[in-house]
Write a protein that binds this ligand. Sequence first.
Ligand code: DAH
Length: 339
Amino acid sequence: MFEKIESARAAISNASLGQASELEAFRLEWLSRKGMIQDLMAGLKDAEPESRKALGQALNELKNLAWERFDQAQSNLGAAQSDVESPDLNLPVQFLPLGSRHPLSIVRQQMVDIFSKMGFALADGPEIEDDQHNFSALNFPENHPAREMQDTFFISRNPDVLLRTHTSTVQVRLMEKQKPPIRAIMPGRVYRNEAISARAHCLFHQIEGLYIDRNVGFRDLKQTLYHFVKEMFGPDQKIRFRPSYFPFTEPSAEMDISCLICNGDGCNICKQTGWVEIGGSGMVDPNVLLANGIDPEEFTGFAFGMGIERITMLRYGIKDLRLFTENDVRFVRQFSGLS
Ligand code: DAH
């Protein structure tokens, strides 16, 4: 038995324990309940009584040696692993480049949030449209100048396929598929055949609003837009309505807010008037309701349309429309961190 213990001691002392798998094999061979040391301990009861004490002592030493080697190898392995995983705190920080949202996306989202809180749902429609949705169902007379080539990009004629010139098309699409009450806002891209300059572009964005229900009046239109302007531009912002004309609303009004650049004193942004226009609005013309299968005796509604570029320019003091589409990261980066 002493010989067995001696050769076990040699094996334990020389075992290679550099790998986790070797360590586990060592544990199973020597230290587990079915391992060699337990085996030897079990043999103790058959040993000569006079050598039992010495054998017991030798076995204990063997067991301690095995545990010592095991614990040591385990902590070495653990240290080696955490070496790989723990960060080197002396390394210079690598900054993650944070993108910025496009200012038009930021403002569109702010507008959507304001109207959502007033109960407006979000809707959209196609950018490629037909005459029916862009003009006819919106009560455009046959010879209205907006139908002519200088404004509209036609993809083909007879039947007409065109790029929508305004988001009012989505009003028609909503009325076609939904019975009143309808309360929705419709942001989207629109196209017009215009020369590109600081003040005009052939593509831009609008946000359309439509509210149709029983007893909707002009007061509701005014209150909704007052609230929008205060939320968007702050409580001191003034708003005024000017009588106007749109084929699809009667009466119609254009909305102005007091100029944010000069606070109403007059500057070249507001052309010395102290006011800047933000969009059109009005009570939905009964002809439009009729053309879309809604009884104007039972329901009334209001609509409005605003240019997202215009609102963004006023909000952030941007003076040239072309900046929005030029993809200059120095421009977009100025909006980093805004949402
Ligand atoms: N669609 C008009 C435009 O692009 C804007 C507009 C005016 C929309 C009055 C409306 C409205 O919904 O009621 O110029």
